[in-house]
Design a protein around this ligand. Structure first.
Ligand code: 0A1
Ligand code: ZN
Length: 899
């Protein structure tokens, strides 16, 4: 809906819905141009509802045909219709009553991909958060839970398959030549979990036996001809099912669980009850078309949606401010699932390293996406206090920081305590729509029982405060008393709109579990005496602005290993020297902290390069990082996957984000030079590694060992090309030609585009020729080019002019426009780049406001940039804000950015 003024909705204004809706029946006459929906809603007044309380239903972009009350058609003056509501005063007798509505919606022209829409020749729905109101008038809020019965009618020639939630009750042909299917979902659900799918699909299926001995049917539906590409997804689904039983005691509560792949989809996937709809990118995979990372992505998203069946569907959110209740928790669960899958079957030390790889990747995502959000105009607590458009709050904060907040509770309660807390959560709230506070209540009940005298109330502040806390660490070693004193000090700067308040609000301290260890100058662990035990790692529970701990019996001066396993989403401030970091980078037994020491060393170097440029000084020496990398490169005790993380420079966007002010061009220069030097100086070692990581010729498998080897080999190739090693381009061309899977092929193509674009044209043409009919693979082709340093604004415009390009398909828009705007800072940060961004936000907004709003976030942090970039971005933001007919989605983002 287009509007110039968007009201702000506040969490504190929540009021329960005055009516209950135990039963819903929907009848669909499905057709792409016009679909008729006939609904029968059985309401009853909630206890305490006064007679005469209006019943308000939401509806958007609908054509109303008829409204009935208890079967009687209502005259136009018996109900009120606005742009987005239908309201009436029900009979005041306190008894159940039924509302019948007939309405039309128009899937073929629905480019928003919310509600009922067309993708290819199929029909799909997307109802979270507020898409159901685009299907029919309804109390579109998550705390109204109903049992749904759904009858679908359609032309069998176009829509041979008709799916909805729950169980298929009957299927039949109709006298008019159409056919129909009746679905009944035994579980009450909010309408955001409703789904229907109609079309012609391939399907693979298998039955699994649940731990209580029930047989359940798992099915994956995809475009005709894609069946073989869905085997991995089905396999992941079965593994997710058994993992949730083992780790959380949670069993599938349905006889049938369906996953359907859609080519046009706004997000990753959607957990509709029993009928998950997925972006095809998170379903389809085979070795020729999907990279190792794509295989892992599918595992994570299949797990995520499956786990929602309990955390989200059985227990859902009272209102959308509680989104992190289901998302943070479910991200935590999918992270743990992926980590367990990586570590499965490995001996303990290797398992720890495998899990650390997953942890590193997750923290990397958090720092890349969430930390900047928490430092910008859209900063919000994981449980926001207000929004204009809920679609804008499916954020890294709600998801990824939300998962960190759950993880901290896991750390504070321990694995057993956390499991007991989860059990208690389901015991109390199964079948209900609840709040984040309810979740913490369940955890707290276990915590206080297991830690008598300890208090959990401060922990709730994580749900109330935005901004990334900074923890300053100071330590002092006393050789005489053999003690080490450690002081932690926390502060959290005003975040988002808080920063504009005068005076800025005071933020009380948070409860931060801060894991540390000690190592001596030879890299040996120094055991810590703690609560009558001796340990290598202890968790300091910081609850005050500043706290000091004294560790006793420390025989030698220690170097501190900090924030092990990233025990809290904070930024560290330390006075660790380059030597301390180098020691940790070589010897820290905590694989996360070891990786982080290398990252910190790299960051310091990159910032020093930029400073030297600014001051007109010669470039600083790279010795520290070079030495760390030289050792790690050839360290056979490190798994290839872990080594690939250790030997990766921080992402360019992170480097830019650390600048004060942010200076993208300076960062690109420093980053590019550093990569060149590291590639060139270590060329021999990279070459040896490249050969050592060669494929063993066996069949492809996405397992962690072989995918780790491929990652490391691609990294070696990238470094050889970055360092302009002789023969590097030939090596890449040969790898491209001989590639036995997409990871190798795309690795070679990307490295060429990044460092030797003059040699990339052959592979580029070949790739296009080979994959022109596979949209997901073609997205890779587009994305690799749009993010290459040689792709200027005219380059990206040329990509958009190709017949394969369409702004309407979110995956394609992401592959080209988003990749350019997010991953090509050297070319985006030009005057033409800023114009391009504004133009694309507006073009997308006319089609799909959810997607447009995501692109509009690219300039959130404009005010932290150096003056020229800052002025350019500000003008572009203003241009967008001034455009007529802006959606509520983009308006919220851009107006908050401009303040
Ligand atoms: N609940 C889904 C996320 C989702 C949200 C909105 C969507 O459409 C606009 C689609 C999916 C998840 O967390 O996977
Ligand atoms: Zn989710």
């Amino acid at each position: 809906m287009r509007t110039d003024t968007a009201p702000t909705i506040f969490r504190q204004d929540y009021t329960p819905y005055p009516y209950r809706l135990p039963q819903v029946r929907l009848e669909f006459d499905l057709a792409a141009e016009s679909t008729q929906v006939r609904s029968e809603l059985r309401f009853e007044p909630a206890p305490g509802t006064a007679p005469g309380t209006p019943l308000v239903l939401q509806g958007e972009d609908l054509e109303l045909v008829e409204v009935r009350l208890d079967g009687r058609p209502l005259a136009a003056d018996e109900y009120q219709l606005t742009d987005d509501t239908l309201s009436l005063v029900p009979p005041g007798h306190g008894k159940p009553f039924s509302i019948g509505i007939v309405s039309l919606c128009h899937p073929a022209v629905n480019t928003t991909l919310m509600g009922l829409y067309v993708s290819g020749d199929k029909l799909f729905t997307q109802c979270e958060a507020q898409g159901f109101r685009r299907i029919t008038w309804f109390p579109d809020r998550p705390d109204v839970m109903a049992r749904f019965e759904v009858l679908l009618r359609a032309d069998p020639a176009v829509y041979p398959l008709l799916l909805s939630n729950g169980n298929l009750i009957e299927q039949a042909g109709l006298p008019d030549g159409r056919h129909q299917a009746l679905w009944r979902d035994p579980h009450p659900k909010p309408c955001y979990l409703f789904a229907l799918v109609a079309g012609d699909f391939d399907c693979i299926e298998r039955t699994e036996t649940t731990r209580s001995g029930r047989e359940v049917l798992l099915q994956v539906y995809s475009d005709k001809g894609c069946r073989e590409q869905t085997r991995w997804a089905l396999d992941c689904l079965a593994r997710a099912l058994h993992w949730d039983e083992r780790r959380f005691g949670l069993e599938l509560d349905l006889d049938r669980f369906m996953v359907v792949a859609a080519r046009d989809f706004n997000m990753g996937a959607m957990e509709n009850k029993g009928l998950n709809i997925f972006n095809a990118a998170y379903v389809l995979a085979d070795p020729d078309t999907a990279t190792d990372a794509a295989y892992r992505g599918i595992e994570a998203v299949i797990g995520h949606e499956y786990f929602h069946n309990w955390t989200g569907n059985r227990v859902t959110c009272r209102d959308w401010f509680q989104l992190s209740l289901k998302e943070g928790l479910t991200v935590f669960r999918d992270q743990e699932f992926s980590a367990d899958m990586l570590a499965e079957g490995l001996p303990p030390a290797e398992a720890a390293s495998a899990r650390a790889v997953k942890r590193i990747d997750d923290v990397h995502t958090l720092r890349l996406a969430q930390f900047p959000e928490d430092a910008g105009p859209m900063a919000h607590p994981i449980r926001p206090d207000s929004y204009q458009e809920i679609g804008n709050f499916y954020t890294a904060t709600v998801y990824e920081k939300g998962a960190e907040v759950i993880r901290m509770q896991h750390t504070l309660l321990g694995e057993d305590g956390f499991r007991a807390g989860m059990d208690e959560y389901f015991r109390r709230y199964d079948g209900q729509a609840v709040t984040c506070d309810d979740f913490v209540d369940a955890m707290e009940s276990v915590y206080v029982q297991r830690h008598p005298g300890k208090d959990f109330s401060i922990f709730r502040r994580w749900y109330q405060q935005a901004g990334t806390p900074r923890v300053r660490v100071r330590s002092h070693y006393d050789p005489e008393n053999r003690t080490c004193r450690i002081t932690l000090e926390q502060r959290c700067a005003p975040a988002g709109l808080e920063a504009r308040q005068t005076p800025p609000p005071q933020k009380p301290p948070l409860h931060i579990p801060f894991a540390i260890g000690l190592i001596d100058a030879d890299g040996r662990s120094l055991p810590i005496h703690w609560e009558d035990e001796t340990r290598d790692t202890v968790v300091l529970e910081l609850r005050e602005a500043s706290q000091t701990w004294t560790l006793t019996d420390i025989p030698r001066p220690p170097v501190l290993s900090l924030l092990r396993d990233f025990s809290a989403p904070v930024i560290l401030e330390t006075d660790r020297t380059a030597d301390d970091l180098a020691l940790l980078a070589r010897h820290d037994p905590d694989p996360f902290a070891r990786w982080d020491a290398v990252q910190e060393t790299a960051h310091r170097h990159l910032q020093a390069c930029m400073q030297a440029d600014r001051d007109g000084n010669p470039q600083p020496a790279l010795d520290d990082l070079l030495e760390i990398w030289r050792t790690a490169l050839i360290d056979p005790t490190l798994s290839p996957a872990y080594r690939a993380r250790l030997l990766a420079l921080p992402a360019l966007r992170e480097v830019i984000d650390r600048g004060d002010p942010m200076d993208p061009r300076a960062a690109v220069a420093a980053w590019t030079r550093t990569r060149q030097t590291l590639g060139a100086q270590l060329a021999d070692a990279w070459r040896t590694l490249y050969d050592a990581m060669a494929d063993d010729g066996g069949p492809y498998s996405p397992d962690p060992v072989s995918s780790g080897r491929r990652a490391l080999r691609n990294l070696a190739l990238d470094n050889l090309l970055a360092g302009q090693a002789s023969g590097a381009a030939e090596l890449a061309l040969a790898q491209y030609r001989q590639a036995r899977n997409m990871t190798e092929g795309l690795g070679a193509l990307t490295a060429l585009l990044q460092h030797a674009p003059q040699d990339a044209s052959g592979p580029l043409a070949d790739f296009h020729e080979r994959w022109r009919d596979d949209p997901l693979v073609l997205d890779r082709w587009f994305g690799a080019q749009a993010s290459a340093p040689g792709c200027t604004v005219s380059g990206v415009r040329a990509l958009m002019a190709l017949p394969d390009f369409s702004l309407r398909n979110p995956n394609r828009a992401r592959a080209v426009v988003f990749r350019f705007c997010m991953d090509n800072p050297g070319n985006l940060h030009t005057l033409e780049g800023y114009d391009f961004w504004a133009e694309q936000v507006l073009a997308l907004d006319a089609l799909n406001p959810e997607i447009a709003a995501r692109l509009s976030r690219a300039f959130d942090n404009w005010a932290r940039y150096e003056p020229v970039a800052r002025a350019g971005m500000q003008a572009a933001l203003q241009r967008v804000l001034d455009a007529p007919g802006l959606s509520r989605n983009v308006r919220e983002i851009v107006s908050k950015a401009l303040g």
